[in-house]
Design a protein around this ligand. Structure first.
Ligand code: 5IU
Length: 452
């Protein structure tokens, strides 16, 4: 077998330890996160691991071997295969029917059981497991652990008279990773602080300014939008879910000076007419310097979307600066949007949306490789080089009866680092929409400056 250090590095490549900022089950923030389950997916590594663990142990002592569910189950199995020590399986909870057994397999009372655990932290869950195994009449003297997080668990068990054999400790692996420059001095210091029981200070990530973002973005519509934001000291997009042309135009004229973009749902107008709706709307956009964002949410195959974009009665491609699109149709479905900024929908604000973390991860892969996408709509932080827009914003955060969920401007700008807040009813339903637009504009701008 190769050296223990080389073996660790092979394991590390599988992503078993991540460094950053993690909230543990206890609510405590940790600068690293350990998950050894990937080791079971590499048979060679699992087999080597089993042998490393067995090498540390007085093997003649054990009648049976048992893994703490679930992460240690494959490890215990592999150790059993390598050593011929019989395996028993511990359930997480006793069966509620039939035999009500907690331990499965062949063993007798008084057998000496080796316990296998992947990670030991405070030792709390091991203490519970030991008690359960001992209650079944087995003896436990030795526990073998792959990684000791050095947070008191080993000492706690040793104080109770158990021998704890650990393959790696967190300080040992931090040292190795520091040597090969996978960790900076600052990260190492933070980890040590954490291991010494101190509350760890994480630097709050700052929001990047519109000026800096302007240097990062490439899409011309992204640049224009950011320039307008800087010029108007506004990050407000007004959503005009309005039913008549007259009201839409009045609204646009009223809030126009305070917004960066007006979001339309052109297909809800009862009296749409290209000449009397779009021409004056374009004039207002020019007069007040805002972009027109048609919230069409295209969600079809590329060919159909192309037709929907340019034909029919709305001819969106003739007048929209930005259009929203779902990415559900895959990358190529977005290729047909030319001369427009595509705003891709990553996550929705409505209750029960299917845009969960897995969906968003896959959607982001599409978005990042699509040059006509200039922004995303989402309810979470995204990479700095994209523009983030967040709807579901209202100064009263009560939501509606149809699944809409609201956050305040401060919350979305602080927590998600959103660049542009999208506000609908908060403004157009207000008694004085202009006054309300100013209020949202100021709230959004103040929150932005604070987050910098
Ligand atoms: N909108 C959302 N949530 C979303 C997406 C779009 O609210 O996740 I994607 C649209 C719907 C509406 C506007 O046009 O944004 C929000 O309007 P209210 O502020 O009135 O809820």
């Amino acid at each position: 077998m190769e050296s223990k250090r080389e073996f660790f590095l092979e394991c590390y490549k599988l992503g078993i330890i991540k460094f950053g900022r993690f909230t543990l089950k206890s609510g405590i923030e940790s600068p690293f996160y350990v998950d050894l389950r990937p080791l079971a997916s590499e048979p060679k590594i699992l087999k080597n691991l089993a042998n490393y663990l067995l090498d540390m142990l007085p093997l003649d002592n054990f009648d049976v071997i048992c893994g703490v569910p679930y992460a240690a189950l494959p490890m215990a199995t592999a150790m059993s295969l390598e050593s011929y020590i019989p395996l028993i399986i511990k359930r997480k909870e006793a069966k509620t029917y039939g035999t009500k057994k907690l331990l499965e397999g062949i063993y007798k009372k008084g057998d000496n059981c080796l316990l296998v655990e992947d990670v030991i932290t405070s030792g709390k869950s091991l203490v519970e497991t030991i008690e359960e195994v001992e209650n079944e009449g087995l003896k436990v003297a030795d526990i073998v652990v792959v990684l000791d997080r050095e947070q008191g668990g080993k000492e706690k068990l040793e104080a109770k008279g158990y021998k704890v054999h650990t393959l790696f400790t967190i300080s040992e692996v931090v040292k190795i990773l520091k040597e090969i420059e996978c960790l900076t001095d600052e990260e190492v210091a933070r980890i040590n602080d954490f291991l010494n029981g101190n509350q760890v200070q994480f630097q709050e990530k700052k929001k990047i300014s519109y000026e800096n973002k302007l240097e990062k973005v490439e899409h011309p519509m992204a640049k224009r939008l950011l320039e307008i934001a800087i010029e108007k000291n506004s990050n407000l997009i007004a959503s005009a879910d309005i039913l008549s042309t007259r009201e839409l135009l009045d609204f646009a004229d009223m809030v126009g000076p305070h917004i960066v973009a007006l979001k339309t749902h052109i297909d809800i107008l009862t009296d749409f007419d290209a000449d009397s709706t779009i021409l004056p709307l374009k004039d207002l956009a020019q007069k007040h310097n805002f972009l027109i964002m048609e919230d069409r949410k295209f969600a079809d195959i590329g060919n159909t979307q192309e037709l929907q974009f340019s034909y029919g009665m709305y001819k969106i491609s003739n007048w929209a600066d930005l259009v929203t699109a779902q990415v559900i149709g895959g990358s190529a479905s977005l290729d047909g949007f030319h001369n427009v900024g595509v705003v891709a929908i990553l996550g929705m604000s409505s209750k029960g949306t299917l845009t969960d973390a897995h969906y968003r991860e896959e959607a982001m892969k599409i978005i990042e490789n699509q040059s006509n996408v200039m922004a995303c709509v989402a309810q979470n932080e995204i990479p700095d080089d994209l523009i983030l827009m967040t709807p579901g914003v209202n100064l009263s955060d009560a939501g509606d009866s149809k699944g809409q969920q609201y956050n305040t401007p401060e919350k979305v700008i602080n927590n998600y680092h959103t660049d542009f807040i999208i506000v609908g009813r908060g403004i157009y339903k207000a008694e004085n929409p202009e006054q309300e637009a100013v209020k949202y504009k100021m709230a959004g701008w103040e929150a932005y400056k604070k987050a910098l």
